[in-house]
Design a protein around this ligand. Structure first.
Ligand code: NDP
Length: 286
């Protein structure tokens, strides 16, 4: 095992199961509390090393993994002088947040100036993929950096794609999220129409899921939409953030569906931000 010591920052719906998988595969995982102490307890029980500060965690990291909510946390945590000053120049940052390409490039330039290598590595596959170690990684960076951390990534992911330079990972993730938001709204419309027309939801799922109108959302989210069950999962406010990134990146383009999706997520964020993003169905289903 080349890199045994993993510093792990962001122990939420995704980070907790990812860190647990690393522990199970024999890595030493270094963590520090933020607000939620449940994740810390679960990880320490499995052998994680708890530190009092991110700076102390950073000092131990051969590979530093971060999967934080969005740009502002990426900037606050990864560019804090206290973090930067303690990172070894032999450390590799694997940045897995769904953030913006610009923030990723900013962090990269500051890290590279200090001799620290960076892999931009957002993921898809949801909390189930995080638990099962079957995520998809959309890596931006060089082949060399990817190969250096591949064994670590393979504990968490089934599919690992090198998609371009640092920033390209965040870019393709934003495209994926734009589609996922649109497909969720479309799936909710399909459920609404099927209820109106008296079509059984299992038949809907099976037939449309295997037809030209099908999507991942049709195959995987019809049950939750039919039950009006909006337990997260992937939070509404995170999807709003992702569609906002896509719309910002496409500011010079006509993206009517993405803009419409963004408006729907923006207008419901206050009440639904902490629900699953399928809760957008509340505004379609009666
Ligand atoms: P969560 O909100 O569940 O977790 C975020 C984590 O970051 C929490 O552990 C939180 O700690 C921690 N955190 C926040 N601010 C800080 C800080 N300043 N210092 C240290 N830790 C901090 O989000 P998810 O895990 O769902 O998502 C994380 C990222 O992964 C997002 O960018 C999301 O878009 C992306 N993603 C999520 C998927 C999903 O299905 N959930 C799927 C694919 C990608 P605390 O709770 O203690 O505040």
């Amino acid at each position: 095992m080349k890199h045994k010591h993993i510093g792990f920052i962001g122990l939420g719906a995704m980070g907790l199961p990812m860190a647990l998988n690393l522990l199970e595969h024999g890595y030493t995982v270094h963590i520090t509390p933020h607000r939620n102490l449940e994740s810390i307890k679960a990880l320490v029980e499995k052998g994680a090393v708890e530190h009092t500060t991110i700076a102390n965690l950073a000092a131990e990291a051969e590979v530093l993994i971060s999967i934080l909510p969005e740009d502002k946390e990426m900037e606050a945590v990864l560019l804090a002088p206290s973090t930067l000053d303690r990172l070894s120049s032999s450390c590799i940052l694997v940045e897995m947040t769904s953030g913006s390409p610009e923030m990723m490039k900013k962090i990269n330039s500051i890290y590279v100036a200090r001799g620290i290598r960076v892999l931009d590595a957002p993921v898809s596959g949801g909390t189930i993929g995080a638990q099962n170690g079957t995520l998809t990684v959309m890596a931006g960076g060089s082949e060399e950096e990817l190969e250096a951390v591949r064994p670590v990534l393979e504990v968490m992911a089934k599919n690992i794609y090198l998609v371009g330079e640092v920033g390209a990972g965040k870019a393709i993730k934003a495209i994926n999220q734009m589609l996922a938001a649109i497909h969720m709204i479309a799936a909710a419309e399909a459920v609404a129409l099927s209820e109106e027309l008296g079509i059984n939801k299992d038949i809907l799922k099976q037939v449309i899921g295997n037809s030209s109108g099908g999507s991942w959302m049709m195959l995987n989210k019809v049950d939750d939409l039919s039950r009006r069950s909006y337990i997260p999962g992937f939070k509404h406010k995170l999807m709003k953030k992702d569609v906002q990134i896509a719309v910002n990146e496409g500011i010079n383009l006509k993206l009517p569906l993405a803009n419409q999706a963004l408006q729907m997520f923006l207008s419901s964020e206050k009440q639904d931000g902490d629900l699953d993003f399928s809760s957008i169905g509340k505004y379609i289903l009666t």
